[in-house]
Design a protein around this ligand. Sequence first.
Ligand code: PMP
Length: 285
Amino acid sequence: FIDSLKNVWLDGHFVESSESNIPFLTHGLHYASCVYEGIRFYNKKAFKLEEHIARLFRSAEIMDMEIPFDEAGIIQSIEELIARGDITNGYIRPVVWRGSDSIATFAPNNRIHVGIAAWEWPSYYTKEKKLEGIRLGLSKWKRPNGDTAPIEAKASGHYMTLTLSKHQAMRDGYDDAILLDTNDAIAEATSANIFFSKDGELHTPKLGSILDGITRQAIFKFAKSHDIPVIERDITLCEISTFDEAFITGTACEVTAVKSIKDHTFNNNELVSKFIDGYAQMCGE
Ligand code: PMP
């Protein structure tokens, strides 16, 4: 897999992946002072690139890290990375982390590094699987609220409990897990936002304990242009039986139906298929 990482950009230079090693005493590794993005490109064009880079800079700022490049420079480097490579449909991973100058919690002057890698990554689920839907278990971990963790940032530290949740779900025979927030409202899946539908309306968890997904925002836009109301609110597990359909959204899973959450099965996927097709159109898949 590492050999397929032909295209790596590190601190302003294109390098071989074998040259992209980082020192053992890297602050980002020891203390999770690290933020990142995941971006798909279709037919050599990155989907919602400006939005992802804006979120990367916001995440870094929240994590007290000043990126030593501007947004336009990072965007240009990503476009060049895609153009140089021989991958048509793939994934871009920009990472920003605190370097190795001081290995203590106090490290405000450590150099901030930026690395970007590109690799080939077909859709996570086939079209059939996206329509058929995935099965979600329930994680024992809660997504933190804004007083407990920098929830708005796409920070690597969040992926500690998200990874544990995904592992447990797979071990239990599910495809993924859903996490609740600290008030027991539904938050999100391990790397995707969730939507429910009933009576032609979409309902989705409000911000506070979730990542504000770029795909989530694209769904809002698509829904608006099709006169489908979207309601952001607290949704409890007790009410999932009142919904007709459910689906998850994210750069990795794109738009994928949810077949079941624990023991509850959703029987319909009429609206979901509209959003699966709408998303494919938006990203020029
Ligand atoms: N929630 C979490 C926890 C995620 O990691 C992701 C993936 N970035 C999402 C939601 C979906 O975000 P996006 O649509 O921007 O990929």
